[in-house]
Design a protein around this ligand. Structure first.
Ligand code: FAD
Length: 452
């Protein structure tokens, strides 16, 4: 740890005012840095800002399309209990008020309201740091600059209010929080170019419609298939995680079938699954997740995305060659997003001020190479590099050890894994029925320190 006299205050740009950018801004300011948050939308909340609008290209592959940031659909309720979701000292506890959703797994609107409350909270004064309707168009190392002590500076080019104002500024550091659910990934389906039906990605799904429909892969497929089953004649869910002979009816539903992968589709509209079943379909919805995408980033190849792995990254946050002045918040998935953003942000803030030391660049690089080699030896595709799932708590504990706090509360740990299992087993009821009342009580006991 550095002595208090060597603590530095930096001028830091944060890109994005979603959950990650908001908490990053708060932690950076708490640490004594001066912060500017760039946000192209008119309000905070990122992906939780629901809109009826969808993109002109339902598959979102046309690079000239007008992007819609949110992937949230009308009926979406959280897939985590609210106790697990909130920031540690600003719990996502039940709030009173007519418009508030007091359910344990609330609607998307309640998450947005929570983030708005967080941004407006007079203790944190985050909103005053944000430049709304300002798009970052380029982030590059500032030519010939070295902000002293080996920390490089960054040039941030942005446009404000529909490109009327252009800014070109230099910052000591940049923290990228641009969200990772906007650039869809699509499944490769043999025969699709001559299949006559309609295709869309779940990014562009908002409300159920009465059509016979198919899905591919992923968690959101489970919720959306139930959403649509009320209107559709038949819903067929194809998933790579199902064994090849899978063909079962979804528990509690008369018109949802689970399959293995789609083997091929044909010109006559038929869809053939690996299990040998053939059905006629109108629509294929790709619930196939998203790709990391940093269209504004120009790091001379120091940060790349290869098979959906962002790298090289030390602990999923700092590219060794650009550390500590460049960092990313929110790269890991299958995590508790908000608490992880908070821990990563505290670490970044402390590292930038010099209060927390990073290993030497070479040592960070060795660690990223070791991790890569481990994945290769286990024949795990690179795209799973940032999938933490059960390893997430190790990541939080490690971050906690750097910051000087515990990674996560015991109740949060104990709550999340059984809920994940219940979600798999009882997708239709896990949001409204539970048994972990004692953990909820422990959470609210902790929350009482922060809520009046
Ligand atoms: P975002 O919320 O996407 O915010 C990024 C922000 O950056 C946006 O406001 C965007 O406008 C801005 N931005 C991007 N590029 C630029 C630029 N160039 N210039 C200026 N601004 C820019 N998490 C949970 O905890 N619980 C759940 O139940 C849950 N359900 C989910 C359901 C769906 C369908 C999806 C898609 C995600 C869900 N998540 C859930 C994960 C969720 O994405 C995270 O919780 C979190 O909200 C992500 O925050 P973020 O700040 O990283 O990204």
């Amino acid at each position: 740890m550095a002595s208090s006299s060597s603590i530095k205050s930096r001028h830091v740009a944060v890109i994005g005012a979603g959950a990650a950018g908001l908490v990053a801004a708060r932690e950076l300011r708490r640490e004594g840095h001066s912060v500017v948050v760039f946000e192209w939308q008119k309000q905070v909340g990122g992906t939780w800002i629901y809109t009826d609008h969808v993109e002109s290209d339902p598959l979102s592959v046309d690079p000239t399309r007008l992007a819609v940031h949110s992937s949230v659909y009308g009926s979406l309720r959280t897939n985590l209990p609210r106790e697990c979701m909130g920031f540690r000292d600003f719990p996502f506890a039940i709030r009173s008020g007519e418009s508030r959703d007091q359910r344990r797994f609330p609607s998307h609107g309640e998450v947005l309201a929570y983030l708005q409350d967080f941004a407006k909270n007079p203790k944190f004064r985050i909103e005053e740091l944000i430049r709304f309707e300002t798009t970052v168009v380029r982030v590059s190392p500032a030519a010939g600059s070295d902000g002293g002590e080996g920390i490089g500076k960054w040039r941030i080019e942005s446009t404000e209010k529909e490109e009327k104002i252009h800014r070109d500024e230099i910052y000591d550091a940049v923290v990228v929080c641009n969200g990772h659910y906007i650039e869809p990934r699509l499944a490769d389906i043999p025969g699709i170019s001559s299949w006559p039906g309609k295709e869309l990605h779940s990014h562009n799904y908002r409300l159920p419609e009465p059509f016979n429909i198919f899905f591919k892969i992923s968690a959101s497929a489970v919720d959306i298939s139930r959403d649509i089953s009320e209107f559709a004649r038949e819903v067929h869910v194809a998933s790579w995680s199902n064994p090849a002979d899978t063909f079962t009816k979804q528990n509690g539903y008369t018109n949802i079938w689970m399959h293995s992968m789609i083997e091929r589709v044909h010109e006559d509209g038929s869809v053939v699954f690996q299990n040998g079943e053939t059905v006629l379909g109108d629509v294929i919805m790709h619930c196939t997740g998203y790709k990391y995408h940093f269209p504004f980033l120009d790091t001379n190849g120091e940060v790349t995305v290869d098979d959906n792995c962002v790298g090289p990254l030390y602990k999923h946050v700092f590219p060794p060659a650009l550390a500590p002045s460049f960092s990313l918040v929110g790269i890991p998935y299958k995590v508790l997003p908000f608490p992880m953003f908070e821990l990563q942000s505290k670490w970044i803030a402390g590292v930038l001020s010099g209060r927390i030391m990073l290993p030497l660049k070479e040592d960070m690089m060795v660690e990223t190479k070791t991790m890569k080699a481990r994945f290769e030896a286990l024949v795990i595709p690179k795209r799973f590099t940032h999938c933490l799932r059960i390893d997430q708590f190790e990541h939080y504990d490690w971050l906690g050890s750097q910051i000087g706090c515990s990674g996560t509360e015991e109740w949060r740990k104990e709550m999340s894994w059984p809920i994940f299992l219940r979600k798999m087993k009882h997708p239709e009821s896990y949001r409204d029925e539970w048994e972990d009342h004692h953990l909820v009580d422990q959470a609210y006991e902790d929350f009482s320190m922060y809520i009046s």
